[in-house]
Design a protein around this ligand. Structure first.
Ligand code: CTP
Length: 404
């Protein structure tokens, strides 16, 4: 990390003491570390220890005349290769998501245009709170990278997710983001997301409730690991994930054509909720309401995009499908994996009451050739991150078909 400039924002959590070790490790690797302490953080670690370990002065005040004269806060935020927030409390994540800038740390975070990595640390209930999960989704959609939190015993005595990742894991994430070799660098990934809209006439369509959140989060997670990622998305209201090439489509036929045009890729993840049928001949004029005679729609089956990618001549090394089921989730997913010729299936329960469609969290099973792995209920962002990591591990050492 020789000469890499890390701006480290320490916010007020008990895990701040672990950040001292992170500073030491960064310095050992030759990084230049500048630290910002929030007011709350200074109750957990002292500016003196942070300054001594970082061998740099510590910044705390937004309205400090001496600091401004020496290095304005805008420059401070820009002159870094990476901004790391560790620990990132629920409060600072909320401020970041909302764009609040009411102290030096949050002002810098709003003023920076360099990549940001956050290492959340908080009580399990705060972590699982829909507000925190929503804030995290917003941040990830904006391109903020997340490491952790880990699960285990928390400082407050409770057990669950919310422990700040260990310094070595945060260091690994920093290395991945600043170093030359990120886990999926040189790999190409294709992701489908969102619903498809199948026109009936110029104003009506057949569609479904898919929000695209899970697919978009997967594309963001693959891109965050360095993959050259293309997202083929049906109509959604989500912003384009940063660093991802987005191809917008509407119908299943358009989605299939857009996907096949992107092959070869190393990995394909089909998370789109593709309409199984389309109206065989959509009308060019708006269908009129003929008195007393409801129209009959004649439907034809849409192509299966996942099966087409899995059966393509230039097949990706790894093809991952989703199985949205309302009953016998795992059994259906196992059958779907075989029927569609894909390598993995992420099975999720979309029964009424699970709030998966449009919601922020997901409870999934990973179905592979070797078995079924239940994952705990996680945010869609976390499901995406885990999946991206698994994909990166599965591709390791395999020559890229995209490079042929
Ligand atoms: N899929 C696809 N093209 C289709 C239908 C589905 O690529 N025309 C993909 C989805 O993106 C998902 C997987 O196939 O990865 C399973 O989708 P799902 O809706 O669960 O299953 P279906 O194949 O539609 O079967 P069914 O509706 O009978 O459960």
């Amino acid at each position: 990390m020789d000469g890499k400039r890390i701006l480290l924002v320490i916010s007020g959590g008990i895990a701040a003491y672990k950040t001292l070790d992170l500073i030491r490790r960064l310095r050992e690797r030759g990084a230049v570390v500048r630290c910002i302490l929030t007011e709350a953080a200074s109750h957990f670690v002292t500016p003196l220890s942070v300054a001594a370990l970082s061998e740099n002065r510590v910044y705390q005040e937004l309205f400090s005349l001496t600091d401004e004269a020496e290095m304005g806060h805008i420059r401070l935020s820009r002159e870094a290769d990476l901004v790391v927030v560790a620990p990132a409390t629920a409060n600072i994540l909320a401020k970041m998501a909302a764009g609040i800038a009411d102290d030096l740390a949050t002002t810098l975070l709003l003023a920076t245009n360099t990549p940001i990595l956050v290492a959340p640390a908080m009580n399990v209930v705060m972590w699982e709170h829909p507000a925190t999960q929503r804030n995290l989704t917003v941040l990830v959609e904006r391109g903020v990278h997340v490491v952790g939190p880990a699960t285990g015993e928390l400082a407050c005595g409770e057990t669950g997710a919310g422990r700040m990742e260990e310094p070595e894991a945060i260091l690994a994430a920093i290395l991945a983001l600043t170093g030359p070799g990120v886990a999926l660098a040189g790999r190409r990934a294709l992701v489908t997301s969102g619903p498809t809209f199948e026109p009936i006439d110029p104003v009506r369509f057949l569609g479904n409730r898919s929000s695209g959140r899970q697919g978009h989060a997967i594309a963001a997670a693959l891109a965050a690991l360095g993959a050259d990622t293309v997202l083929v998305s049906g109509p959604t209201s989500l912003p384009d994930p940063p660093g991802v090439t987005v191809r917008r489509v509407s119908t299943a036929l358009e989605m299939l054509a857009a996907c096949l045009a992107e092959l070869p890729v190393d990995a394909a993840v089909c998370a789109a909720a593709v309409a199984d049928w389309r109206v065989d001949a959509s009308l060019e004029r708006k269908l009129k309401k003929a008195a007393g005679r409801p129209p009959t729609l004649h439907l034809v089956e849409n192509p299966d995009i996942l099966a087409a990618i899995a059966g393509a001549e230039r097949r990706p090394l790894l093809v991952v499908g989703f199985a949205a089921e309302t009953e016998d989730v795992v059994a259906h997913a196992v059958a779907k994996r075989q029927a569609k010729g894909c390598d993995w299936v992420i099975a999720n329960d979309v029964a009424p009451g699970t709030a998966v469609f449009g919601g922020d969290s997901n409870t999934v099973h990973l179905v592979t050739a070797t078995g079924v792995e239940p994952w705990p209920t996680l945010s869609k962002v976390e499901v995406a991150r885990r999946l991206a990591e698994r994909i990166s591990a599965a591709l390791a050492g395999q020559p890229s078909p995209a490079a042929r």
